[in-house]
Design a protein. Sequence first.
Lengths: 892, 122
Amino acid sequence: MIKLYRAALRLLPRETRERHGDQMAQVFEEIVREARRRLRPGAVARVTAAELAALLRFAWRERRGVSPPARTNERFVSSSLSPERRTLLLAPLIQDLRYSARLLRRAPGFAVTCVATMALAIGANTAIFSVVNGVLLKSLPFRDPAQVVALGHYTNGGDSLDSTTPGNLYDWMKSATAFESMAGFTSTERIVTHNGNAERIRGGLSIGGLFDVLGREAAEGRTLSAADDDPGAEPVMVLSAGLALRLFGGERSVGQSLAVNSVPHAVVGVMPPDFAFFDYDYQYWIPARFDAAFRENRDQYFLLGVARLRSGTTIVQADAQLNTVMDAIRREYPQFTENAVAALVPMKEALLDGVETRLLLLMGAVIFVLLIACANLGNLLLARALTRRREMALRHALGAGHGRLVRQMMAESLLLSTLGGLAGLGLGAALLQVLVAYLPDNLPRLQGIELDLTVLLFTLSASLAAGLLFGVFPAMQLASRAPMPVLREGARGSARGGLVRQSLVTSELALALMLLVGAGLLVRSFAELVEVPPGFATEGLLTFTASIPTTTYRTAAERSAFFERAATELESLPGVRSVTMTTTLPVAGRGNGAWFNIVDRPVPPNETPPGLPNRVVRANYFESLGIPLLKGRAFALGDGLDGTRAVVISESVARRFFPDVDPIGRRVYMGAPENRVVPDSEIVGVVADVKQTGLDEERPEAVYAPHALVPAISSFTFAIRSTTDPAGLAPAARDLMRRLDPGVPLIRVQTMDEILGRATAPARSTMVLVSLFGGVALALAVIGVFGVLSYTVNQQTTELGIRMALGASASSVKLLVLGQGLVPVAVGVVLGVTGALMLARYMEKLLFGVTPADPMTFVGVAGLLAAMAAAAAYIPARRATRLDPVRVLRQE
Amino acid sequence: MADPLKRRPPHEHLPLSAQVFQILLSLSDQDLHGYAIIQDIRERTAHEIELTASTLYAAIKRLLEAHLIEELETRPSAEEDDPRRRYYRITPLGLEVARLETGRLERAVKLAREKKLAPRRA
């Protein structure tokens, strides 16, 4: 409500708004609060309506700059437009509107049908457009946001930006001149302790003057500067508004100190609530303070660059300049950067990372629904207009010009569409609430979604455009006809306007078919997606991540002792069948990767080895998760630094690197020669592939190392296989971990089913929404066919009666009517299939396991639509056969 | 903002609309913020006059421009909950206008009573 009012305040002239807007919003807020307290149903709606009406009056007066006449008593009277002038200007319009309103009041069923159809379509459009506006259209909350770009690499010709190394980033910062300023960042998760409460919280590491590049000030205190990033600088941090409020309540946060991974950090600033950079989960920002040696690192890809283009520099120029620098880096360090190409994309694109296709598809779907609704309403109005043709003809004969009659018809459709639009706005606001709750929470910029002025303007223009669109057919149709034949025709009707009506039906069927094909393709993809075997037994798994502070657990022995003890004790909980650990769970993401080196196949100088995801796991991992062993053996108790140095590879790794030879017994290591993430080890087994980044992953490669081989790990995700409901185990597991060490926070406590649900959430929500709109479209189109055919049959009563009187059989009459109905259906299906074939290509990115031209979907959808349309046509056709020719002819 | 030179004599502001008169009455003996004005009017008139935020501020804007009321720089008390609130105070001119309006209404009522037009008692 408040948001709506704040948006509506924009109607006031700027000066007035700046002077009084805040106060008005505040007073309105209190009025609403009090209305809520009164608890009378509708109280809030009533005060809001009164308020908006008063605001409109206020804005109207202010906008027209009505300054009080020199001496007036009207000063505080609500309107100063003289009654005479108002009449002169607006008389015809007001008269038309009044007349329309009267007509509609006399046909409430018709009016309600039109308004409800319109409200449904406009509501869906309003809700989806709010999302599109918040996520895609609104500019980012930075200074000159269009100038801000993200920098990284494109690897494997992919189209998403991958991270870079400190070495590359610092060289870019030094030498790339196309940018006004450049900085970098990465995500981190650290243990933040406040008042003895330890929490693992996600935040950002800033490199250089990140906030200067973005051009944002702190709400309280200051932001981080490039000087804070100096390795010798005092540790400081900046908090998000949310975290500051949560930790310190209303108290001043600046000047407080928080322990981050046990190191005290001074809070120097709090960001404004609307500040969100890259990830809405970032709760704080800390300078990275890399030392000189690490700034030279060229094998750890984990940073993204952020830069502001020099004004007048295009992306293409900047890209060329950046890659000139990159070429120099490649010449200097060929062993690290053989295939690395620097890439930059506008920050917005980097943030959205492919959700545009989904959102634009949804937007397209609701626009189709709106067009179909317009076609339906056009038909309804046309039918109604034809019943009024005598009235119109009479008015025409009495001297009303064509323009006058057209205007009257348009006034009626505009009145309907405006009413529908208003109802749709309310419906849209409600739908938006549901939608925001339903959309996957990993949708970027979800918080920016609201019903603001842009959305209001969109809804208004969509309603008006729809009104013009569905009003124009009947108006033209009717007003262009000569009055005399109509008057002479009498009460008898002929099926005039048939072509317009049939084209409307044809186009709505074609639109519905395209929409349904889209929905069908998504349903098929989703069915394929959930059928994908993830590669392990997913039932009854509870998972959580535990990270130990490296300041307390300094040695590898201390760390691995803690985790092994935790796993052993968790295994003794009632209802637990087995407990295992991994650095990255299946389906949860790509996780860590490192260069994969086969010892007897050294890479040629100047080339980089391929990177593969690696997982450090507890020895019982494969058995516990039910991952089938294909060759060799799984990890055994003796494997580790002190025993057999063993690793296990996934099937796809074996296929890629050892297509013709037995991988068992081959020696490999991971990482750079001087920085080995997994030491020289022997491949002892091959296990089946497990989906890593999501169910649609095509090459789920992984190299597994046992915990005993890499004991220094400080963060593990536990997977507990339970014999009962896994979620029920969570409290006991939490208690146990707290008893072991209260300073170790547990995060992401969730069941495997929840993880899988989230992995398919974007596909699921798109599918459900598009199917929903497809269903609405189908219903509207079928109603359209039914309506038009019923109307035609009514109009042809006399003709059919004569045919039957002359001996036509019931079945031939039925065929005649059905034929009339099915011609537009057939044309619509052909047009729709053609359109769908052209449009489905754009959906390719969203599809999985089906092609955009999937014959099964096309045939199924076309068949469904044709069958529904035929059923809708059958009812009037059957009614036609029941005509009693005698009675029909007697009516004449 | 209105030109102070154009400040008009008190009687030229008459007659006042019911809402404006009530706003001046509310401010006649105390400084109030927007919502408090609405509440005060509602209570004094027993819900007969309920202002919306927009009617209130449309009136406040005019009253400020006509120098019948002014906005306070300082706030009356520290225990106030919301620092964003702005307070309004009636000006001597405003008081004078309210007085004149009261007189005008009194005369009108007197004339009506002479015509035996007293309200019926329920």
